[in-house]
Write a protein that binds this ligand. Structure first.
Ligand code: PLP
Length: 411
């Protein structure tokens, strides 16, 4: 920091302010987390200076013998952590990992079946505005209108209609356990390949608190910065037979040189995820989420699908006569950060959706447990019942600040 202060006081001040913001707010963004000082240190290291196009032992640059070892550690730890045959640790992000996986598994124009974006899927699962939606012929399955959960009978029916070359399972806004074995049997029935994007739940899978897709899928993609609590990056796990295609789809297929500081930070993250304390954290993430869901629904807020099995809750704000934009803004003024979100079969437009998404990874990483999450749930309800009451919201803001003081953002 001192060197930034001397060189660039403007950016130094921004970093200081952002750290203060993170410290003083209750962050319930389901896709965010806080990394350890060890992960932070690897990312801020001189490994950033190294070009290393290629893979360990087969680089297009000299001087790679040291960083080769970092990538070997990252790959072998990822395989050990998730029980995979092969790991590619170079994708710059989750979206890059998905683009590489598609290009390894299928050809342009091929039909693909993935979860509807408006029902919890991700942009990189074939949204019209995404490159993925332009290159491949995506079809999308909804969740059931009755219980708002994935309906495998419906997925099977669509798979028979569409005859996809690839089925994609995984979501960005789905609070329930996903039955990967069920998806595998559908893929087998229609002769499709199966890709699972576990970006949101990777940390829960690593800790064994969500079933693993690795034995069922041809390829598993993920981010490493959500529940897995690592650097911002992508990871691809695959069966032996896909190894070559996946590696060449990442480099030279879609990327140039890997970010070796980020590769090293992934290695640190995977080592941390093997520890008992990480498993305790992941269990607590789910416990906090379930507890928060119970408090909110007891207070009259309807939860999509009726509850949660993972780190996130999707709330239907119509049950409190609110829309996502208003709830997000009012909670934000109270120092509670969430994001507005579409809910399945949402009649409202995306800029004013009926729902909000709430997640417990960050607060759990800070050490908040059942008592704190219960209090947070009560504060959320109080704000949602009085979104225009500025005095009351300021009172809650003060309580949030006081609570946050006891829980560090550096771990
Ligand atoms: C977050 C997410 C991604 C994309 O990650 P980026 O690193 O932001 O590109 C991909 N798939 C799913 C399901 C996600 O939730």
């Amino acid at each position: 920091m001192t060197s930034i202060q001397q060189t660039d006081p403007e950016i130094a001040a921004i970093i200081v302010r952002e750290e203060a913001r993170q410290k003083g707010e209750v962050n319930l963004i389901a896709s965010e987390n806080i990394v350890s000082d060890a992960v932070l240190a690897a990312q801020g290291s001189v490994l950033t200076n190294k070009y290393a196009e290629g893979y360990p032992g087969r680089r297009y640059y000299g001087g790679c013998e040291v960083v080769d070892e970092a990538e070997e550690h990252a790959r072998s730890r990822a395989c050990e952590l998730f029980g995979a045959d092969h790991a590619n640790v170079q994708a710059h992000s989750g979206t890059q990992a998905n683009i590489a996986a598609y290009s390894a598994l299928i050809s342009p124009g091929d039909p693909v079946l993935a979860m509807d974006l408006a029902h919890g899927g991700h942009l990189s699962h074939g949204a019209k505005v995404s490159l993925t939606g332009k290159i491949y012929n995506f079809h999308h399955y909804p969740v059931s209108q009755q219980d708002e959960m994935i309906d495998l009978d419906l997925v099977r029916k669509m798979a028979h209609e569409v005859s996809p070359a690839l089925i994609v399972a995984g979501a960005s806004a789905y609070p329930r356990i996903i039955d990967f074995a069920g998806f595998r049997s559908i893929a087998d029935e229609v002769g499709a390949r199966l890709m699972v994007d576990m970006a949101h739940i990777a940390g829960l899978v690593a800790a064994g608190v969500h079933p693993s897709p690795v034995a069922h899928a041809d390829v598993v993609t993920t981010t490493t910065h959500k529940t897995l609590r690592g650097p911002r990056s992508g990871l691809i796990l695959c069966r032996k037979k896909w190894r070559k295609k996946i590696d060449s789809a990442v480099f030279p297929g879609g990327q140039g040189g890997p970010l070796m500081h980020q590769v090293a930070a992934r290695a640190v993250c995977f080592r941390e995820a093997m520890t008992d304390s990480f498993r305790d954290y992941a269990r607590q993430v789910v416990e906090n989420s379930v507890q928060l869901g119970e408090i909110l629904s007891a207070g009259g807020l309807r939860l999509v699908s009726g509850g949660t099995d993972n780190h996130m809750i999707l709330a239907d704000l119509r049950s409190m006569d609110l829309t996502g934009d208003i709830a997000e803004a009012a909670l934000g003024r109270a120092g509670i950060v969430v994001n507005m979100n579409m809910i399945p079969y949402d009649p409202a437009p995306p800029r004013r959706p009926s729902g909000m998404r709430i997640g417990t990874p960050t607060v759990t990483s800070r050490g908040m447990g059942t008592a704190e999450i219960t209090r947070i749930g009560e504060m959320i309800l109080e704000v949602l019942r009085n979104p225009q009451d500025q005095n009351r919201i300021e009172g809650i803001r003060a309580q949030v600040r006081e609570m946050c003081e006891q829980f560090p953002t550096r771990i």
